[in-house]
Design a protein around this ligand. Structure first.
Ligand SMILES: Nc1nc(=O)c2c([nH]1)NC[C@@H]1CN(c3ccc(C(=O)N[C@@H](CCC(=O)O)C(=O)O)cc3)CN21
Ligand SMILES: CC(C)C(=O)C(=O)O
Ligand SMILES: [Mg+2]
Length: 272
């Protein structure tokens, strides 16, 4: 029996910073459950985000606001059991970190202790600076999230492109530099004009992972169900669909229904 051991390289927060330094792009996708995470990890994705988009995609809510810390921990622990290589980042949900830095740290500790994930992500710049510092001081790696921050949707009212005004662009670059200075290992940049996103990526040495932020950043993230074509009502310009699973699954399931009705399934070979 061949015992040639497969070289197994786990992705760490340090790997990501090294990747930026060497100009290697970072791939990131969401996953919320064991079966999907196993496929995503096996396919070689560098970072798996247990996103609070689970609120939309898994639970059918209109926004990310309703999902709870307990629910995020349930999703994260399922993902943790599936992966062998990818770095796992878990979103701190709305309401679990905004009140004060102590609450933020308690929430981050619960995620790390109860799910076994490797890091957390939270939305915002200087408003959440003290909370991020607290979490980092406990040894928990933090990914920032700037630009379109869906947990603040009711403050903005729309999901339009962010930082189109000069002052907003200046603030964005300042926030990115601040997140780097206090010790975040990477930043998600959502729905930002590509030339500004490029400037942000050039302004810091930690990786900038874009969603709707063009190709001059250090990596890309998409929601898994969007890129697989399962969410056919979600159509932003930044989304590339690699499959049309909504249609393929509908066809497969209709075929099953029809086979049951026609007593085509199960066949003689499919019974005992
Ligand atoms: N399925 C899914 N995919 C996501 O990327 C995602 C979620 N859910 N939930 C949480 C946030 C919300 N995100 C969003 C939401 C809307 C747009 C967006 O571009 N919406 C409109 C345009 C709105 C406008 O311009 O006013 C669109 O074109 O679909 C982008 C990212 C990203 N996240
Ligand atoms: C869209 C990504 C960046 C996210 O935060 C999520 O899926 O919750
Ligand atoms: Mg999120």
């Amino acid at each position: 029996m061949s015992t040639a051991k497969k070289e197994y390289k786990r992705v760490t927060v340090k790997t990501l910073v090294d990747m930026k330094a060497h100009g290697e792009k970072i791939s990131m996708l969401t996953a919320y459950d064991y079966s999907m995470a196993k496929i995503v990890d096996g396919a070689g994705v560098d970072v798996i985000l247990v996103g609070d988009s689970a609120s939309n995609v898994m639970a059918g809510h209109e926004t990310t606001l309703p999902i709870t810390l307990d629910q995020m921990i349930y999703h994260a622990s399922s993902v943790v059991r599936a992966i062998t290589r990818a770095l796992i980042v878990v979103d701190l949900p709305f309401g679990s970190y905004q009140s004060d830095p102590k609450e933020a740290l308690r929430s981050a500790i619960r995620i790390m202790k109860e799910s076994g994930a490797h890091s957390v992500k939270l939305e915002g710049g200087k408003e959440v600076k003290e909370s991020i510092k607290r979490i980092l001081h406990a040894g928990i790696p933090v990914m920032g999230h700037l630009g379109l921050t869906p947990q603040s949707i009711y403050k903005f009212g729309t999901y339009t492109v962010r930082a189109k005004e000069e002052q907003e662009a200046v603030n964005l670059i300042e926030d990115a530099k601040m997140l780097e200075r206090i010790g975040c290992f990477a930043i998600v940049l959502e729905k930002i004009p590509s030339d500004l996103a490029k400037k942000v990526a050039e302004s810091v040495s930690i990786p900038i992972i874009g969603i709707g932020a063009g190709h001059d950043v250090d990596g890309q993230v998409l929601v898994l169900h969007d890129m697989l074509g399962m969410t056919h009502e979600f159509n932003p310009r930044f989304l590339r669909r690699y499959l049309n699973l909504y249609d393929d699954m509908t066809n497969a399931i209709s075929q099953y229904v029809s086979d049951v009705k026609r007593v085509d399934f199960p066949s003689d070979e499919e019974q005992y």
